[in-house]
Design a protein around this ligand. Sequence first.
Ligand SMILES: Cc1cc2nc3c(=O)[nH]c(=O)nc-3n(C[C@H](O)[C@H](O)[C@H](O)COP(=O)(O)OP(=O)(O)OC[C@H]3O[C@@H](n4cnc5c(N)ncnc54)[C@H](O)[C@@H]3O)c2cc1C
Length: 323
Amino acid sequence: MKVETVLVLSRHNGQELSESSREMLTAARSVAERVVSATFGTPPVEELARYGADEILVADTAAIEATGADTNHPAVWSALAVAAVKAVNPRAVFLASSYLGKEIAAQTAVTLDSGVITDADSVTVENNQLNIAKAVFSGSWATKGEIIRGVPVVALRPTAVEAQATDRTEASVSHIEIEVPKRAIRTRLISRTTRENEGPNLSESQVVVVGGRGTDGDFGPVQELADLLGGAVGATRVACDEGWIDRSAQIGQTGETVAPKLYIGLGVSGAVHHTSGMLASETIVAVCDDSEAPIFEIADFGVVGDINDVVPQAIEELRKAGR
Ligand SMILES: Cc1cc2nc3c(=O)[nH]c(=O)nc-3n(C[C@H](O)[C@H](O)[C@H](O)COP(=O)(O)OP(=O)(O)OC[C@H]3O[C@@H](n4cnc5c(N)ncnc54)[C@H](O)[C@@H]3O)c2cc1C
């Protein structure tokens, strides 16, 4: 059984959708008869249709920028969500639970006077109700909830749902007007620079190799292993505090939440503040020289050893295997 309509906030770069937008559309398709995507600019219509959008509502970027606002501002996304909810009357709004997504979810829910759940793991329909699963208390409890007020706003964790395309290529496209709120123009974007050679997006990557204090500042082997496995590099807070790697790589309670198919921790002890951001990983591998380190309690495969011995051997074996 499915609900009637789900609205999905979709991000794209003009050519293609973000991976998490593909996942949100896939999730929406699994619970709704009709999926409406709301976005800005010139979206990739065929791709939106392929991942499940029946209708696409597009707000004009130039008109928004003329007000002095930026389309990346959470207040602008939230205004789009609110306008789209009024236009299509959905049973729920889905979006990705990224930093930006959580902010948009909160602002949208406040404006709509609705309930909101962020970091959701899955959504199913039972008795015509949307059941939302979410891990809480640093992943130690699995909960199922229902939003009973307003139009539910559900932010799903990136990688929680596997994006699956259909063979559809057509969706109807219409324009939507949005009212840019004053709070969106209290700050002004002066410039935006795309970082070169950043590698795969941390929260969307299926392989994440994480360096902790045990790297002693040398992230070269962490990067090399990540590159060989086509993964992203993450870090503990200690490594970021030390300035060994950019803060954006931090995983944990005060960093990114990841749930890759493979997590590899190198010189990471597994403090709860870190593991709360990676516990949902499918397979956890840890290399740490302290056999008592808590990371081994959650690891599927653990090596007690010095990363300076273990990682070069792992890299060599992977190269031999043709990676
Ligand atoms: C409010 C709050 C929020 C926090 N938020 C976060 C967060 O979001 N993310 C986060 O990561 N942390 C966070 N922390 C910090 C967290 O509590 C830990 O201090 C941190 O995760 C530890 O990082 P680590 O594992 O790199 O370092 P350590 O705990 O020092 O562990 C390093 C491990 O590497 C081992 N080691 C050393 N050398 C080697 C070697 N050569 N080979 C193999 N192993 C070696 C050591 O034996 C040790 O087990 C937060 C803390 C607080 C109080």
